[in-house]
Ligand binder design. Structure first.
Ligand SMILES: O=c1[nH]cnc2c1ncn2[C@@H]1O[C@H](COP(=O)(O)OP(=O)(O)O)[C@@H](O)[C@H]1O
Ligand SMILES: [Ca+2]
Length: 500
């Protein structure tokens, strides 16, 4: 064998199959590395979690959110994994027994511990936001509200999560974060169709929030956001005492004229309650709220008889009186001297808007006139008939749907000046893609910086495509290696023979 021939034999690159296999492996590795760098993510999706407690005036809910760890800045990626309803009333009801406020959260927080994988506990943020019930308690008794917050804080700190604070959120935050939630879940931030307004009705306060191109005449009602590369100027206002439970107190207060020497013989004939409804109530329990100031303590010692007469027209007229429209210091007002630009666009109405309208089977497919007819019929239905028809519905809710439904229509029409067309553009919603509409998701997205001001770069491939391509290329490498081994070991051609 001459020298030239020996070199040819020893140099495996001169064999076409080895050359092909090696080139295949090299090309696959280069493509894999390049895509991995551009895509900038590992092959396996990992989930992260966040917990937000909505400490409302009537009750507390614990929401657990989850999102793919590598996609936290994309719109619509965070979703509700679990919700737990805390037993009992809202945390403000524990003003005289604050330690019970913290204890009340135990069951739902234990559930959160089970729901979230253990290795994620320490990095899972927990936020508690209290709304109008605590705003009212703070107005009434600052120390009581501090004690209740300290109690829930102490309880939340006993869990292995990353505790981020418990506070009373402002009405503007409640409105703005509700708007963010609705538009984030509907993926409106990146759509050309624009955003939709948010209407939240609670027990103690209510919020209206929408994008407005009009001049904002009161700075307190305006918030600017830059989200995913777009600028939004929001109008938002929260009306304390205009949630459906507190406004009922305002309404009842207007129906009863206080007398210097009140007795227990007062009978309230109420058009917003059903014929046959006849319940003895205590002034103290009905009017114990900073929203109601008419009665003195001695007057509150008495009882009164609450008797329904079921007359929707009169009910509607009486409810209108809770909105003071006699004075407006701006060019336009909703009510109570509050600035509001004309409403525009679509609206999503959630929380008690949904509970009430869903029960009454009023949707935006009904015109405003039809909605009023449905309510008229409901309000005139005798109390006994209703109780028989809905044995499973809480009596307090059942008795108040006539009032609440009429209030909702009046709030929209007389309060916010909704036209029949605006009504058609309003949807009553509970969830969007299985996540509940409310302020909690927007609150967490904001505090964890999960909504960027600028639109993030879109990855080269969708996740599915990325995983498939990586799998195919990995298989290709394996096949090339196997082929290479087979051919390298197999004796082939005269050159091989000569080596032996
Ligand atoms: O099934 C239901 N039917 C009618 N009303 C409901 C139902 N579930 C909750 N609600 C009401 O929704 C409202 C929720 O208010 P929340 O407790 O969030 O107060 P806040 O937002 O003013 O602090 C309360 O008035 C509560 O009674
Ligand atoms: Ca609420």
């Amino acid at each position: 064998m001459d020298e030239q021939q020996e070199m040819k034999v020893k140099n495996p690159w001169h064999r076409p199959h080895i050359f092909l296999a090696t080139t295949g492996i090299a090309v696959a590795i280069i493509i894999m590395v390049s895509i991995a760098v551009v895509q900038n993510k590992p092959l396996h999706q990992k989930y992260k979690y966040g917990i937000v407690l909505d400490a409302g005036s009537s009750h507390t809910s614990v929401y657990i959110y989850e999102w793919p760890a590598e996609k936290e800045n994309n719109t619509g990626m965070v979703r509700q994994k679990h919700a737990c309803s805390v037993k009992g009333k809202g945390i403000s009801s524990y003003s005289k027994t604050p330690e019970k406020a913290g204890e009340s959260l135990k069951e739902c927080m234990d559930e959160a511990k089970k729901t979230i994988p253990k290795h994620r506990h320490h990095e899972t943020p927990v936020y508690l936001g209290a709304t109008a019930g605590m705003r009212l308690l703070k107005m009434e008794n600052d120390v009581d509200s501090i004690n209740v917050l300290a109690s829930v804080e102490k309880s939340l700190q006993t869990y292995p999560f990353s505790y981020q604070g418990a506070r009373i959120i402002t009405g503007q935050e409640e409105g703005a974060f509700g708007w963010i939630t609705v538009n984030y879940l509907s993926e409106n931030f990146r759509k050309a169709t624009g955003t939709e307004g948010a209407l939240d009705l609670g027990g103690a306060s209510t919020q209206i929030t929408f994008v407005s191109g009009q001049k904002m005449e009161s700075p307190d009602d305006s918030i600017d956001f830059r989200l995913y590369g777009n600028d939004y100027r929001l109008y938002t206002h929260s009306f304390l005492c205009y949630g459906k439970d507190q406004v009922l107190k305002l309404y009842l207060e207007q129906q009863i004229q206080p007398k210097p020497n009140m007795t227990d013989n007062i009978i309230l004939e109420d058009p917003c309650f059903h014929p046959g409804y006849n319940v003895a109530k205590n002034f103290q329990s009905v009017f114990d709220s900073p929203c109601v100031k008419k009665f003195t303590n001695s007057q509150k010692e008495h009882n009164f008889r609450h008797r329904g007469i079921g007359n929707w027209t009169k009910c509607n007229e009486a409810i209108k009186k809770v909105f003071n429209t006699s004075h407006c210091r701006y060019s336009r007002c909703s009510f109570n001297d509050v600035f509001q630009p004309p409403v525009q666009g679509k609206f999503g109405a959630f929380s008690a808007y949904f509970f009430v309208m869903n029960f009454l089977k009023v949707t935006n497919y009904h015109s405003l006139v039809e909605a009023k007819k449905i309510l008229d019929a409901y309000c005139t239905t005798p109390w006994d008939t209703l109780k028989q028809k809905h044995p499973d519905v809480k009596e307090k809710y059942l008795a108040e749907y006539c009032f609440s439904g009429t209030y909702i229509i009046s709030l929209l029409e007389d309060g916010y000046k909704f036209t029949a067309d605006d009504w058609k553009n309003t949807k009553f919603i509970k969830t969007i893609k299985d996540s509940e509409a409310g302020w909690t998701l927007g609150y967490m997205l904001n505090l964890t910086n999960m909504i960027p001001a600028e639109a993030p770069d879109t990855p080269l491939l969708p996740h599915g495509g990325y995983v498939s391509l990586m799998t195919v290329l990995s298989l290709l490498i394996i096949v090339c290696i196997i082929l290479g081994c087979i051919f390298f070991r197999r004796p082939s051609g005269p050159a091989h023979k000569e080596i032996i």
